[in-house]
Write a protein that binds this ligand. Structure first.
Ligand code: GLV
Ligand code: MN
Ligand code: MN
Length: 411
């Protein structure tokens, strides 16, 4: 019999945890529970092939689009749930994986109960090997496939080439029109819930992001014979840029604004050579689009000034970004009701400082998100973890929301 509105879909926590651990085995790093499963790596593709089997076993139709976004489709109109199963180059076992496997369990349990109709997705390259949430960006129309194909990873591999490895798995495009909304469960990836001892965060908004690569080009030279005043050292430029930027941001940023230089390549990267070229990632995030734009202006002015002062040339890669997004009130309300039932007094509303596929999907349909705590607030690291009781609490809130949002329920 179909679940009634207000009653959760009856999920099986043991089966959910077993699948979550099984997904971890694809790309297990051997250090703690960490994984190495970047988009289009063999581990990522093996995990997606396994997910397709699990979807079919749950009575869903497995589908993979040209980007590698991997779906388990219910018949007719359905609510979409999920996240991503690719990881950072050094990633935790729950970032993305939790939302995919919790969605699988809710969809499977709902199917067994005769409804509601729930579909599952694992988006491709959420972690931005090539851009910013690339798979859902293409699926949502934020970016077209030709633009995505032109993106390269830090090693210079074009996305067009990387996704060829998945070509044999592609079944065709998946029409977003078949879904009534999207709900994503995720770990918080920050310290708020862990510190407060709460179990559930219902997301209000997701911050915006800007991300681009910057290159300083100077003169490669001998590190012993080139006097300091004659050098055009690309690393010195990065260092001067970073110091000046931190200073100039001071009057613009708020305590929640963040900015990161996370990847630097020096050429030729040798101890006895003055580096001739430095290419680095510049990423910044905030809940206010105008502030993001002002920060971009400061970044460009600062880089230009450093390049001029030091006699270097300056070049920018494509500017990638997503605007801040508010969650849909109806879907969010269903999560709040579920949180109040599953974790009375132990949940809160909160913004997301991390980026999620839900931002892109909000272009297509109503979206909402919920968080469970990250132990010590650690994520994007092998140490990432969450207590099992909190993982199951997240699953149960999702199961409540699935029943509450069921359009066909009689109650
Ligand atoms: C996604 O993982 C992000 O960087 O926020
Ligand atoms: Mn994630
Ligand atoms: Mn992540």
């Amino acid at each position: 019999m179909q679940s009634e509105k207000g009653d959760a879909v009856k999920v099986d926590p043991k089966r959910f945890l077993a699948d979550l651990h099984q997904l971890r085995s694809f790309g297990a790093s051997g250090i703690g529970k960490g994984v190495v499963r970047p988009a289009y790596s063999q581990a990522d593709m093996d995990a997606r092939a396994w997910l397709m089997e699990r979807f079919e076993a749950a009575g869903l139709r497995a589908a993979v689009d040209a980007m590698g976004n991997t779906f388990g489709l219910a018949e007719g109109e359905s609510l979409l749930m999920g996240s991503h199963s690719d990881s950072q180059p050094e990633g935790g076992w729950l970032d993305g994986a939790l939302g995919v496997i919790a969605a699988l369990e809710v969809a499977r349990a709902a199917k067994e109960a005769g409804g509601p109709a729930i579909s599952v997705v694992s988006f491709q390259d959420e972690e931005g090997r090539f851009g910013v949430t690339t798979g859902s960006a293409v699926w949502s129309g934020q970016m077209n496939l030709a633009q995505a194909d032109g993106l390269t990873d830090h090693a210079g591999v074009p996305l067009a080439q990387a996704r060829r490895a998945m070509a044999g798995m592609v079944t065709g495009e998946v029409d977003p029109g078949r879904f009534s909304g999207f709900v994503e469960l995720h770990i918080e990836q920050g310290p708020t819930l862990d510190r407060s001892g709460e179990q559930i965060g219902v997301v209000t908004d997701i911050v915006g992001i800007r991300d681009m690569k910057i290159t300083f080009e100077g003169q490669q030279n001998h590190a012993g014979t080139t006097p300091m005043h004659l050098r055009r050292d690309a690393f010195q430029a990065v260092s001067a840029f970073n110091t000046a930027l931190n200073d100039r941001f001071r009057n613009v940023v708020t305590p929640t604004t963040v900015w990161t230089i996370g990847h630097v390549t020096l050429h030729p990267n040798a101890s006895s050579i003055v580096p001739g070229r430095a290419r680095f990632s510049m990423q910044w995030r905030d809940g206010d689009s105008e502030r993001l734009d002002r920060m971009e202006g400061i970044i460009r002015e600062t880089a230009l000034q450093v390049a001029d002062d030091m006699g270097l040339t300056l070049d920018y890669g494509p500017m990638l970004g997503l605007e801040p997004v508010a969650m849909d009130p109806r879907l969010r309300g269903a999560l709040e009701q579920g949180a109040a039932r599953v974790a009375p007094g132990l949940w809160r509303n909160m913004p997301s400082g991390a980026l999620h596929d839900a931002t892109n999907v909000s272009r297509l349909m109503p979206v909402a998100m919920l968080f469970v705590p990250s132990i010590n607030g650690i994520s994007h690291a092998f140490e990432e973890d969450t207590d099992e009781v909190d993982l199951v609490a997240g699953l149960e809130v999702l199961a409540h929301a699935a029943a509450a949002l069921d359009q066909t329920s009689t109650r």
